[in-house]
Each structure stands twice: as structure tokens, then as C-alpha cells.
Design a binder for this molecule. Structure first.
Ligand code: 8YV
Length: 317
């Protein structure tokens, strides 16, 4: 029986490679078939290959008593129960660095789009308003706006570097102050939001950051402030975000992630001051190929010598 199990609807070429080189099946999605599969084969599985969209929760982990490693396609691994993995001595890898540039590019693209109204202007042209003689309203300038980075990790720094080139002064908040950076530090998310025009959420997901951007933080950003989220929907209180966007309590938002993907709150669909993306931050041919390779490198390193190339911090002893 195969020691490797694929969990989730992963990149087709990755699924094919896993099937060819390791005879790895895909865990059935139908609840009955899945339970039957796990009852029969669960104890054979040593390594799961999955992605940030699916992961290995506590229930699945319990059904895999011989599990030793989870190789996660994606930098975020909040869908895998890392605490349960740690308790069991199951190690977890992710795909950092290779996606930093593309995710940071997406954040800048969202900021430029929502402030200048590019997507809404595109709808204006396609809908015939321009050719009918109407004028598109004046929008807002990105260059020089005060930017707050919530989570100054690898991706946060890459966003900051890009926006520095737009002449944007940068302030940040992270759990700890970061050594060797010149950016101003804000003591809390609310203090950060109050000090900037654009708040970019780049912090990792999971229980520790759930609703970190709550109603108080969003109100501190205020009616002249924009929110950009390329992290996880769980980091932002989505009900509060929708309320404030609908009532004018925020100027706008650029969102690549949502609390209940692929569900997007209906109230956002009709708003022109909001840009909505289908969680495509890392979604380029080049970056997804690099993520695929790094996922396979982790798998091979683990099967060959019991080591991961890029273990998540909780897996480093
Ligand atoms: C991926 C992501 O789309 O890396 C992450 O954490 O959110 C994205 O790059 C996702 O992991 C694939 O499911």
C-alpha cells in the first residue's frame, strides 16, 4: 500500500507526479467513501501531501496513526492542526520564500486597483458608459499614502519595499519589534490602523491571529482608510468589515482572502470601492511551479533521510 496520501484538490501536475512516483491516491471527498478509505488504509499512510486550502485537521490526523509528516503546498498551514502534529511528533513543511514576490505583487496590485478604481473603470468602459459620454469619477492617489504593514515577515517586508518605491511612508506592527528595519513600529493593530491610510494584512492565519483586525481596528482605520488583505480571511472580522464598507466607515478594501472561501459576502458584490480576488496571491505559472517543486523536495527529503527542507517553525526542534 502507498505510504503517501494526497489530501485535497491539488495542482494536477503535482497529483500526477505523486501518483506516478509514489502510487499516491487522493483521499476521497465523499464522506462515506472517505471513512471507508481511512478505515481500510489509514494506518499505511506515513506522509500526507496537501495544501493550505485543505490541510490535515485533528480528526484526519487521528485517522492516520502512522503519520510522520505533512508536506503543505503553500506558505500558510493554518488548516493543519500543528498542535496535534507536535504532540504526535508529526513534522510539517510549507513552501516559504518562493511565493513571496508574487504575493507581495498582489498586495500592491490590490492597493493600486482599489485606490485608482481600475477594476471599476474597466467595468465602466465595458458597460458602455464611456462611449455614452459619461465621465469616470476622480479616484485617489496611491503614491505617498501612509502604509501600515500588519505582520512584518518575509511577505510583509516585500510589500513594504515595493510601496517604499511609491514614496509611501511605512509603519508596522508585529508581535515583536523587528531588528534592523527603519520603519516606525506601532504597539498594537489599532494604533497601526490609526496612523495610516492603507492597512495591509500580511500576518499568518490560525488561532493566534483570529479576528486580530476587529471592529475597533477597522474603525481606527476609518472612512478615509483602505484595507488590503492577502493573508487569511480569519484575521479580519468580516461582518464588521462588510458593515463599515457598506456604511462608509471605510474608504475601500482590496481582498484576496475571505472568512469562508469560496463564499464572498453578498453585500460586497455590488460595491465599487471593493476589489475582490479569488485567493490568487501566489497564482502564477512560475511561482506555482516553484511551490510544486519545493513540496516534492520536502517529500523526497523526508522519505530518503527523515528530514524536511523547509519545516514550519513548530517542526524545528
Ligand atoms: C496558495 C496561500 O494558494 O501559500 C499560501 O498560504 O494561501 C496560497 O499561496 C494556497 O496555499 C494553495 O491552497
Amino acid at each position: 500500500m502507498s505510504q503517501v496520501l494526497t489530501v485535497g484538490d491539488l495542482k494536477p501536475s503535482l497529483v500526477a507526479t505523486l501518483a506516478e512516483t509514489h502510487d499516491a491516491p487522493v483521499l476521497p471527498t465523499d464522506p462515506g467513501e472517505r471513512a471507508a478509505y481511512l478505515a481500510e488504509h489509514g494506518s499505511d499512510v506515513r506522509v500526507v501531501v496537501t495544501s493550505g486550502r485543505f490541510g490535515v485537521d485533528a480528526e484526519l490526523m487521528a485517522a492516520l496513526p502512522s503519520l510522520e509528516a505533512v508536506c503543505n503546498f503553500g506558505v500558510g498551514y493554518d488548516t493543519t492542526d500543528v498542535a496535534a502534529a507536535q504532540q504526535r511528533g508529526v513534522v510539517v513543511s510549507n513552501t516559504p520564500d518562493v511565493l513571496t514576490d508574487c504575493v507581495a505583487d498582489t498586495a500592491v496590485g490590490l492597493a493600486l486597483d482599489v485606490l485608482r478604481g481600475l477594476s471599476s473603470a474597466d467595468r465602466f468602459v465595458r458597460g458602455g458608459d464611456w462611449s455614452a459620454g459619461k465621465s469616470f469619477p476622480l479616484m485617489r492617489r496611491l503614491s505617498g499614502k501612509r502604509v501600515g504593514i500588519l505582520g512584518l515577515g518575509r511577505i510583509g517586508r516585500a510589500v513594504a519595499q515595493r510601496l517604499e518605491a511609491f514614496g509611501c511612508p511605512i509603519t508596522y506592527h508585529s508581535r515583536r519589534q523587528v531588528d534592523g528595519v527603519d520603519y516606525a513600529y506601532a504597539a498594537s493593530p489599532a494604533e497601526l490602523a490609526a496612523a495610516v491610510d492603507i492597512l495591509v494584512v500580511v500576518t499568518s492565519g490560525g488561532p493566534e491571529s483570529a479576528n486580530l483586525v476587529d471592529r475597533t481596528v477597522l474603525k481606527a482605520l476609518g472612512p478615509d482608510g483602505w484595507l488590503i488583505n492577502i493573508a487569511r480571511g480569519s484575521v479580519v472580522d468580516e461582518d464588521a468589515l462588510v458593515d463599515l464598507l457598506v456604511s462608509g466607515g471605510l474608504a475601500g478594501a482590496g481582498l484576496d482572502v475571505f472568512a469562508h472561501e469560496p463564499k464572498v459576502p453578498d453585500a460586497l458584490l455590488g460595491l465599487d470601492n471593493v476589489v475582490l480576488l479569488p485567493h490568487l496571491g501566489s497564482g502564477t505559472v512560475e511561482t506555482r511551479a516553484a511551490m510544486e517543486q519545493l513540496t516534492l523536495d520536502n517529500l523526497e527529503a523526508f522519505l530518503d533521510r527523515g528530514e524536511l527542507v523547509t519545516p514550519v517553525p513548530e517542526s524545528v526542534r
